[in-house]
Design a protein around this ligand. Structure first.
Ligand code: CA
Length: 236
């Protein structure tokens, strides 16, 4: 955990409220991140184009250009992880945000610890994706769950459990996107196919069954978490 272990991750903080800028700059610096600040949307696009960043923290309500537009512009050239930060009560459609390419989002007020955990999660996923671009990875291990893709075997805390084909596909999708919210539509499209016309409750039934296998307390899930109104996320 030492901050000297690895090169510092570079964070572009896009935020126009000085109180947030101060708190986040100090907090992220203490956690070993190298922080650059953009105070409006245009500045965010300009600074992003000039540097190399590992993650972007993007406020939505910004002078000159909205956070959504900043996200769209960045996505035309880069797959850098983007975490959207929205204010409570702001009319933001989380589904739209994820669809335009944000990786995750947090709502103000948030705890710094939670934000840092989200940042680390998107960075891990991103670094991982870069290391295995050919998709050759056959073993996925996140939290208590281990999946072996070639043999379709699933282990929870080292114990093999039996999962059906769709359950395996759903779990695999959640694990490979661990820390990231997947919308109900994304999950259904990718597990059942975009032409799926069945009952959308099917998804919930599968989630329930996976929780019964993976969670210590299926009624109080710690790993397969519901993101209300959006979808599900796997937390390590
Ligand atoms: Ca703002």
């Amino acid at each position: 955990m030492s901050k000297h272990d690895a090169p510092k991750h570079r964070v572009l903080l896009v935020e126009d409220e000085e109180s947030f800028i101060d708190a986040l700059t100090i907090g992220l610096d203490r956690e070993g991140f190298d922080v650059s600040v953009a105070r409006d949307g245009q500045e965010a696009v300009d600074i992003f184009a000039q540097g190399t960043f590992d993650v972007v923290l993007l406020d939505l309500m910004l002078p000159k250009m909205s956070g959504l537009d900043v996200c769209r512009v960045i996505r035309t050239t880069s797959d850098v992880p983007i975490i959207v930060v929205s204010a409570k009560g702001e009319e933001v459609d989380a589904v739209v945000m994820l669809e335009i390419g944000a990786d995750d989002y947090v709502t103000k007020p948030y705890r710094l610890r939670e934000l840092i955990a989200r940042i680390r999660a998107v960075l891990r996923r991103h670094d991982h994706a870069k290391e295995a671009p050919d998709n050759s990875e056959t073993v996925i291990e996140v939290g208590p769950v281990r999946l072996e893709a070639d043999t379709r075997r699933c282990f929870v805390k080292g114990e093999e459990i039996k999962v059906r084909k769709k359950e395996f596909a759903l779990l695999e999708l959640l694990l490979t996107n661990a820390g990231r919210v997947l919308t109900r539509e994304q999950l259904i499209d990718r597990v059942w196919g975009s032409d799926y016309v069945g009952d959308t409750k099917t998804l919930d039934v599968h989630i329930k069954r996976l929780r019964s296998l993976v969670e210590e307390k299926p009624k109080d899930p710690q790993h397969i978490t519901t993101v209300r109104g959006v979808g599900y996320r796997f937390d390590a």
